[in-house]
Design a protein around this ligand. Structure first.
Ligand SMILES: NC(=O)c1ccc[n+]([C@@H]2O[C@H](COP(=O)([O-])OP(=O)(O)OC[C@H]3O[C@@H](n4cnc5c(N)ncnc54)[C@H](OP(=O)(O)O)[C@@H]3O)[C@@H](O)[C@H]2O)c1
Length: 277
């Protein structure tokens, strides 16, 4: 296989982007976009500063696209970036979206059509909710840490949680495969679990009791705003929980197996690596 041209990984220091960089390193030339470059592989890139976009795109052939995070309507920032990418000779874009967001939906949904019409080679990744939300700074993880409680507005709705490593594996194929995927991939873990199920798995593997409490979407919105999330985005996030409650995210797909040739990691396998309290 020919070595593909330079791959620009936006969100390259984040949950999926950093894992994609690890998978691609050595197979192609990488350029990792970050607001705080600290190595030769890094390039300064800030969605809010268009002056950083052109230099980041020079010599790039393929892009992993993580839209500005926490921005309710990213289209006005992403549209000119894609136009500049086309002018710079980029042929392929792999967009990170979400299984919860259909093409044309407000926010990220507006970007699906944009990427598949702007460039000849594309893929839209639509992962389910990340298992990594149970780690780090995410409100789910923070709740477990501080009170042993996961607070959502999902009721008994189930989610086919997916490991970010499996998303990265699909992304790596979509970026490197000689034949462009030109498809939207709904990426899930192997089973759908409610947050109460997930809490039970964590309790079992950590030995510390973790429980789930479901609240109204209005209460969740208030809690997210109190945690520092902008009001408009907090309302969107709470609305996604309401979708989960309605069963919108319980679908399980075979994408990880069919694209990467191996099965996705289960939540129980993931929970084994969660640090004990
Ligand atoms: N969490 C979930 O369950 C879930 C499920 C489905 C879809 N998603 C989608 O996943 C996306 C987030 O991806 P992720 O989890 O891989 O990333 P992440 O861990 O949230 O990291 C965010 C990345 O964006 C970069 N970034 C933040 N602000 C930026 C700015 N102004 N300009 C340029 N870069 C900026 C950060 O880089 P620096 O700080 O280094 O600049 C960092 O690499 C969101 O669009 C979300 O909708 C999430």
């Amino acid at each position: 296989m020919n070595t593909p041209s330079t791959v620009l990984i936006t969100g390259g220091t984040g949950t999926t982007g950093s894992r994609i960089a690890t998978l691609l390193r050595g197979q192609t030339t990488l350029r990792i976009a970050t607001r705080k470059p600290s190595s030769g592989e890094h390039v300064r890139f800030d969605w809010a500063n268009p002056a950083t976009h052109g230099p980041a795109l020079t010599g790039v052939g393929r892009i992993y696209l993580v839209a500005p995070v926490g921005v309710a309507d990213p289209a006005p920032l992403v549209r000119p970036f894609l136009a500049a990418a086309v002018r710079a000779g980029v042929r392929r874009v792999v967009l990170l979206s979400s299984s919860a967001i259909d093409e044309g939906a407000p926010g990220l949904g507006a970007l699906h059509r944009m990427v598949r019409t702007a460039l000849p080679e594309w893929a839209v990744l639509r992962p389910s909710w990340f298992m990594q939300n149970f780690l780090g700074e995410h409100p789910v993880a923070a709740g477990i840490r501080t009170s042993g409680e996961i607070v959502t507005a999902t009721g008994e709705g189930r989610v086919a949680f997916v490991d970010a490593a499996d998303i990265a594996a699909v992304a790596a194929r979509a970026l490197l495969d000689p034949t462009p995927h030109n498809a939207a991939h709904v990426i899930t873990g192997p089973e759908a679990l409610s947050y109460a199920d997930a809490a039970a798995v964590i309790t079992e593997s950590s030995g510390r009791r973790v429980r789930h409490r479901s609240v109204s979407t209005a209460e969740l919105t208030t809690r997210l705003i109190a945690a520092g999330i902008p009001a408009e985005f907090a309302a969107i996030l709470a609305g996604l929980d309401a979708d989960i409650q309605r069963g919108a995210d319980e679908r399980v797909t075979s994408t990880v197996q069919s694209v990467t040739g191996r099965r996705p990691r289960s939540f129980a396998e993931f929970a084994r690596v969660l640090a004990p309290p």
